[in-house]
Design a protein around this ligand. Structure first.
Ligand code: ATP
Length: 233
């Protein structure tokens, strides 16, 4: 289990995360829902050890959390002139897994001899996910895993998340698409202005969806789109 207690994060004067408490258990998928700028990515970066923060992140497992953490950024980045195969080898070697069968791990059938920087957006996401699987991490942080992937890959990623859960891994993910959160998550946390506003279990996710819809721009949009008969083009 991972326990996050009283986590705070600021960029200068700007407080981005305030007093975050979360329990991430093995075999469970936790979803974080929130508007643009709510702090989801910042929370993930703190959890992945990529950002400094105040508060505590405790991991009840062997070794350091950072050595068993796989972080899928919303937009994966690849060094230039690195083939897909070399990237996966690099990821495996980073965990000391030198004998990894890269071809066998190529679950998305990616063109591994091509440069990763030339892959399409969806292919880059698939390559990054493959890298995390090859590493055999314990914690999977998936920031917008479905963004930019086609329908077939969407199904595969959903299956991967389900399999990670079965394999007793700890999974935390974000998505702006409620149906994917519904399919994949056991718990959903509503992050708003850097605070967890509400946490609900499976079957009650629509409570958060409704709350987020209520924050929409409906009235202002109505005003903006209201026809002005005196206006001329
Ligand atoms: N490196 C940084 N320096 C300063 N401010 C930052 C930095 N990174 C993020 N922020 C600010 O922190 C806040 C939260 O950003 P974050 O990227 O965590 O939001 P998010 O919920 O992931 O948004 P989105 O859904 O758009 O990806 C925003 O106001 C953003 O401008």
């Amino acid at each position: 289990m991972i326990t996050i207690e009283a986590l705070n994060k600021s960029y200068g004067e700007h407080t981005v995360l305030q007093n975050i408490h979360l329990e991430l258990k093995r075999g469970e998928v936790n979803g974080i829902a929130g508007e643009n700028g709510a702090g989801k990515t910042t929370l993930f970066k703190c959890l992945a050890g990529l950002k400094k923060y105040t508060g505590t992140i405790r991991y009840e497992g062997s070794g350091l959390l950072k050595n068993v953490t796989g972080f899928l950024p919303a937009t994966p980045y690849f060094l230039s002139r690195l083939t897909g195969k070399e990237y996966l080898q690099l990821m495996a070697h980073a965990r000391g897994r030198y004998g990894t069968d890269i071809e066998a791990g190529n679950v998305f059938d990616l063109p591994l001899e091509e440069y990763a920087e030339n892959y399409s957006t969806g292919m880059q996401k698939k390559l990054a996910i493959t890298g995390l699987l090859i590493q055999q991490n314990e914690l999977f942080i998936l920031d917008e895993p479905f963004n930019g992937v086609d329908i077939h890959s969407n199904i595969i990623i959903r299956e991967i998340i389900a399999r990670l859960k079965q394999a007793n891994k700890i999974v935390v993910m974000s998505s702006h698409i409620f149906s994917t959160l519904n399919d994949s998550c056991d718990h959903l946390h509503h992050l708003k202005e850097g605070r967890i506003q509400k946490t609900v279990g499976k079957g009650r996710f629509e409570e958060i969806e409704t709350a987020m819809k209520g924050e929409g721009i409906g009235a202002r949009l109505d005003q903006l789109l209201a026809a002005d008969p005196s206006a001329t083009v």
